[in-house]
Design a protein around this ligand. Sequence first.
Ligand code: ACO
Length: 427
Amino acid sequence: MKKNTVTLTNNKTGKTYEYDILDATRGPSVVDIRTFFQDTGMFTYDPGYTSTACCESKITFIDGAKGELRYRGVTIEDMAQNHTYLESCFLLLNKRLPSAQELSDFDLEIRHRAFLHEGLRHLFNAFPDNAHPMATLSAAVTALASFYDDHLELESEEEYQEMARRIISKIPTIAAFAYRHSLGIPFIQPDIDLGFTKNFLTMMRAYPGGKMHLHANGHEVIKDIEVRALDTIFTLHADHEQNASTTVVRGVASTGAHPYVAIASGISALWGRAHGGANESVIAQLEMIGSVDNVEAFIEKAKDPDDDFRLMGFGHRVYKNFDPRAKILKKLQDELRDELGLDTELMAIARKIEEIALSDEYFISRNLYPNIDFYTGIILTALQIPKPMFTPIFVIGRTVGWITQWIEFKKDETLKIARPRQLYTGE
Ligand code: ACO
């Protein structure tokens, strides 16, 4: 018997089968069952893919037990503390961090590509007032595909990279336009004098032609700490290996569809509350709790087995000790509170929930810790970003991850169309 294999016995027939174990550089090995159906005439059954690796990847690694997340081998702590979001984009796409000159060229190109074709502007008018920006964003990215037919036949590495840089640049403009359309106010064009994150905040907040900003209580400027906070949120969302929306992007890639259509499908998948939509739910829940005095009653509801109420922003399928992204954001939230002189009732409610939950036996024994969404909602609220824009902000950060995974998929010649099987139990 070969050593690096597993042997499977069918107890009905007594037949045995041997499958190779493929070792990972980090994390669990996999059993290679590609010939399983051919060998046994049976399918494997794994709804929700909890035990199934759907691809080989060299992009992002997560160790849920240790609370570890790495982009191309670099820890998320290093990326969040010492690098910008654009450096994360360069790293994910190019497998290494940029030199100063490379970063400067990358930054300049991202600024120049941020403009949308004038024809695309009219699409926004087709949406009703108060349309959720996620609906507009997904539709506009699908429409964008029709402006770049040549992306269907990419050949050289440079063509792949240019396609990726183009979508990374344009997504913030589309998201800001979708938001401004939902308010019925004129669009603000990108400003090539501004860096990626400040430009997005300006397109969201500024009045056309002036320096005054919406919802700014008289503040005319965007503070550096606000830019740093949002840039960190983008960095922390840049990729998260084979999550639900990335799996959708790879699935669409497997049919040979346009890369931006695959991204639009990822946007739709992210919208759900169990995925990127959770950040909106955290703030809605804090608002519902309403006061620090009500926190204990809601904690009791969350612990009650007969009540389906759950504390939003707690727990994670993969991270069981802590979410490393949440740790970084908690620190940032405290800095924001001090620098902006903000200490809102929502922040106080969140602090009280965190304090009780982290010392309560129910939460400790079930490994329930605050996840990234617990803090993003609070930080984005402090940045005066309205709730419907929370998930579009997740989209802006995740676009680089989706497109990097799309490219990896396209270049892996062993991959086939995504076509799972089923256990038929009907008539
Ligand atoms: N509040 C109260 N109890 C909880 C919570 C919560 N937020 N999350 C899990 N539990 C309890 C469950 O009731 C269950 O208890 P039991 O063993 O007594 O029945 C136990 O903890 C295990 O829960 P599961 O649902 O099996 O855990 P799973 O890993 O499948 O779910 C999930 C993870 C979906 C994130 C869950 O913790 C949850 O619903 N959290 C709230 C929603 C949320 O914050 N989602 C964002 C996730 S992060 C992201 O997507 C970017």
